[in-house]
Design a protein around this ligand. Structure first.
Ligand SMILES: [Zn+2]
Length: 603
């Protein structure tokens, strides 16, 4: 792609304007601040600088420019973030790089072709169309969500894709075909209704296929559905069902304003909900809610309404998802559907939109839901029944994070079961909960964002950075800081030197820094430190601490850290020498140095 489009986008878009579409920014001096959208916090440490066109969070360490922000916020790859911002800026991107032929692009192309093929097949098949109509889908919905049909044939799609010029191995890599041996491939999806699954930028990255056996009698079709046969695209370079939410690319813009998200399982529930006016809805396909899903959803709002079938088996299946969501401090509600009915069935029977909204309004907070379930499990009038109820409900109380919530529900249970509250509290202490682990998905998350993560620094380099940050703000600190220059860590010496050379604050403005050709990395660091100084100065003011005092204190700490590290190194050297039992004069010298440094630590 033309490289100048990057600068063109930067020049046309204002970082403050772009970021304020996602988070509420408040003016703070020359900058803007907000609660960080990437980690949980109560006081804002997320700062945006209009003059430097960067953002940085001093709580979690993330930061970058307009592109990295959109990548992180929308969960996009660089290329897609670029596309999104180019659209906003009205800049036309010209792709000339070999990237266009990259494997990912190939798989996207194959999916697009297959999608069109499936749609065409559906257009020719009356029987499937009738079936979808019976199920309640309108032709507008079918068109909007590009639903299609894979005929009952082993090679129709594969042959078509090969005719389109794709290689067998790429078709297999897309998950649409399976290879018997190197040459012979056959279609994965046969006699299935095909729902394209799109990523957040609306690229089709895979499919869910729902079984269809040619039969017009509704009764028989329901029988077949009893088998519940769904097939998803397997994990590919572009498809990971644990990361994708069906429909999110369409509904994401409504999730902020609706302030709650309805989560259902499967395409039919989603489509029937959407069609009946629920526009704050997403669906999982073939997985429970993963930690990754929850991280994505947390960006939009804090309340999840579970639209799963929550009969006993359903509740068990949803347990891990609910625990994960509670651990991420979501408010959770449960849609009140008759047991055994799914949302699609319900909406097929109740078509008026007031009923749909009623359904959302009447959803039960998760603890009320559990309490109701508990009451149905045993007879409150005998001891066995009471025990059953308590042993179901107490672990739910245990999982609550908030102490007030805990106390409220203990009281309620105590009254309902007519059991002394202290007995319940004793029992509560005995319950051991399995810790909620995010491990598997978190690892993926970490990998994904690793390029953006500024690793949490240890104290020593962080101290150095703070001091340099203050120096950028107030060059009169120079003489004092120069006295301590040799205590600064190696990695900050380059930046320290640049700042020490500045004669006036203007020398450190973006324009002037651009004139002395610095590496991108150094440039970004100076920008970040300038922002850090703004951020911290505000806090100093708030607590009435003078900058000079603070810097003096920090310099002392820096010296101590530096000396401690030297001591540690010396200690190791001394130990090595001791175990080697040679070189007595050298050992003596090391010990002398050690004593000297130890004294330095005290003054
Ligand atoms: Zn943060």
């Amino acid at each position: 792609m033309a490289l100048n489009s990057l600068d063109e986008i930067r020049s046309k878009l204002d970082i403050v304007e772009v970021i304020s579409q996602y988070v509420k920014l408040q003016k703070a001096g020359a900058n803007y601040k907000a609660l960080c959208p990437f980690h949980k916090e109560k006081t804002p440490s997320f700062i945006v600088s209009p003059t430097r066109q960067i953002w940085h969070c001093f709580g979690c360490g993330l930061g970058g420019d307009i592109f990295t922000f959109v990548m992180k916020m929308e969960n996009l790859e660089f290329k897609d973030a670029l596309k999104l911002l180019a659209d906003k800026a009205g800049v036309k991107l010209i792709y000339e790089s070999p990237e266009i032929n990259s494997q990912k692009q190939k798989l996207l192309d194959i999916n697009d072709k297959a999608k069109a093929f499936f749609q065409q097949q559906l257009a020719q098949n009356r029987e499937v169309q009738n079936y979808l109509t019976h199920r309640g889908l309108t032709s507008e919905t079918i068109k909007e969500f590009e639903i299609g049909f894979a005929p009952d044939d082993w090679r129709l799609l594969s042959n078509y894709l090969i005719k389109c010029g794709f290689k067998s191995q790429d078709i297999v890599a897309s998950g649409l075909a399976i290879s018997k041996d190197d040459k012979d491939i056959y279609d994965r999806f046969r006699s299935r209704i095909m729902f394209p699954i799109n990523d957040i930028s609306n690229n089709t990255v895979g499919f869910t296929g729902r079984i269809f056996k040619g039969s017009t009698s509704l009764k028989t079709i329901r029988d077949i559905e009893g088998v519940g046969k769904y097939v998803n695209t397997p994990q590919t370079l572009i498809f990971d069902k644990g990361k994708l939410l069906y429909g999110l690319s369409k509904t994401k813009n409504n999730l902020h304003s609706a302030n709650q998200t309805l989560i259902v399982e499967g395409q039919m529930d989603f489509l029937m909900g959407w069609q009946n006016g629920i526009k704050n809805i997403v669906a999982t396909s073939g997985t429970g809610l993963t930690s990754y899903h929850l991280t994505i959803l947390k960006r939009y709002n804090n309340t999840l309404i579970l639209g799963f079938d929550m009969d006993e088996a359903g509740e068990k299946a949803a347990e891990r998802s609910i625990d994960l969501a509670l651990a991420k401090e979501f408010n959770i509600k449960v849609l009140q559907l008759l047991s055994g009915k799914d949302l699609a069935d319900y909406l097929l029977e109740h078509k008026d939109s007031s009923k749909t909204q009623e359904l959302l309004t009447n959803s039960l907070p998760i603890m009320d839901f559990y309490f109701k379930r508990a009451q149905s499990l045993g007879d409150i009038n005998n001891l066995e029944g009471k025990k059953t109820i308590v042993s179901y409900f107490l672990p739910k109380i245990k999982k609550l994070v908030n102490a007030l919530d805990k106390s409220f529900w203990l009281e309620k249970l105590s009254q309902y079961a007519d059991i002394d509250r202290r007995a319940l509290e004793d029992e509560l202490k005995r319950i051991a909960l399995e810790p909620v682990t995010f491990i598997d998905e978190n690892e993926k998350e970490h990998k994904y964002s690793s390029e953006l993560v500024v690793l949490q620094k240890t104290r020593y380099p962080l101290l150095a950075e703070r001091i340099i940050a203050f120096l950028i703000k107030d060059l009169s600190l120079k003489p004092e800081i120069e006295k301590y220059q040799h205590y600064f860590p190696e990695e900050s010496s380059e930046i320290l030197n640049i700042v020490l050379k500045a004669q006036s604050p203007d020398d450190l403005s973006v324009d002037n820094l651009n004139k002395i050709s610095l590496s991108d990395e150094v440039m970004a660091k100076i920008n970040e430190l300038a922002l850090r100084a703004d951020y911290e100065l505000e806090m100093l003011e708030e607590f009435n601490i003078s900058l000079k005092d603070e810097v003096a204190k920090q310099l002392k700490c820096l010296k101590q850290e530096a000396v401690k590290i030297q001591l540690k190194n010396l200690e190791k050297k001394i130990k090595d020498k001791e175990s080697a039992k040679v070189d007595v004069p050298q050992l003596k010298e090391l010990l002398n140095k050690f004593n000297q440094l130890s004294k330095e630590l005290l003054d």
